[in-house]
Design a binder for this molecule. Structure first.
Ligand code: UTP
Length: 227
């Protein structure tokens, strides 16, 4: 790209970034900056709030689909928090892919934000499906670990970090994971299968320093690249 075209970028933002106002403000400022040069969509995770409510519902006897719907509600609350902090943004979270795609058909420069859509997967898969639907140039998964590891690095400090993975390798790694409501996985297996079938370039990065997100969109990162 010479006169750099606006890239279509979809970001999956982990729910962990909704734990305090300063974090949300810093990330929102980075998204407003990125939206000046890129056509941007952000999908928000549910974080601890979702896990807490899912745990309560499960203890009360709710089944997994019901728990998933509770998770979806919390991801949409976080979407509203992010919208509150953004400047150039559609005023409500989109509830499904078609709504978001129709709004994005003409690039108005406004950021589209959405949470979860349907039971059985997480917002990583929502972001992957949206990215495939929009023919996005890049999918960025912003999380609290600095990439994809062979095992959870918080439990296994010697786990191997992958700088690059093929979509096939990603699918093999994620298929080992459990897909219960609220489970803690870096990328869910449904997202991995969508990434595999669409071939969309995907980067998994640590968003603790929100500037990492800008660098990643500009091609510099220290996370894991799936291509
Ligand atoms: P998240 O997308 O936040 O799960 O959705 P996550 O990726 O494990 O967590 P963080 O936020 O990145 O740490 C929370 C829960 O909401 C339900 C699932 O139960 C999920 O675990 N969910 C979310 C759905 O069922 N469908 C969706 O489309 C999104």
């Amino acid at each position: 790209m010479s006169e750099r075209e606006r890239m279509k970028v979809v970001i999956s933002l982990g729910g962990i970034f909704f734990s305090d106002v300063e974090k949300i403000k810093k990330i929102a400022a980075v998204f407003d900056e990125l939206a000046q040069l890129n056509n941007l969509c952000v999908v928000t995770g549910g974080g601890e709030g979702a896990r807490e409510y899912i745990k309560l519902a499960r203890e009360l006897g709710a089944n997994e689909v019901f728990c998933d719907y509770i998770g979806i509600a919390l991801t949409r609350i976080n979407a509203k928090l992010l919208i509150s902090a953004l400047k150039n943004v559609y005023p409500e979270p989109f509830l499904d892919y078609k709504e978001a795609a129709l709004a994005k058909a003409n690039d108005s420069g406004k950021i589209a934000v959405m949470g979860g859509v349907s039971p059985g997967y997480t917002t990583d898969a929502v972001a992957a499906i949206l990215a495939e639907y929009l023919d996005a140039d890049l999918l960025v998964n912003v999380t609290s670990v600095d990439g994809i590891y062979g095992a959870d690095p918080r439990k296994y400090p010697n786990a191997r970090k992958y700088d690059k993975l093929s979509p096939k390798e990603l699918v093999a790694l994620t298929m080992k994971e459990e897909l219960k409501a609220g489970s803690r996985i870096v990328i869910d297996p449904v997202a991995a299968k969508i990434i595999e079938r669409s071939g969309i370039k995907t980067i998994v990065i640590d968003g603790s320093n929100p500037r990492n997100i800008v660098d990643a969109v500009h091609g510099k990162h220290q996370g894991t690249e799936i291509l």
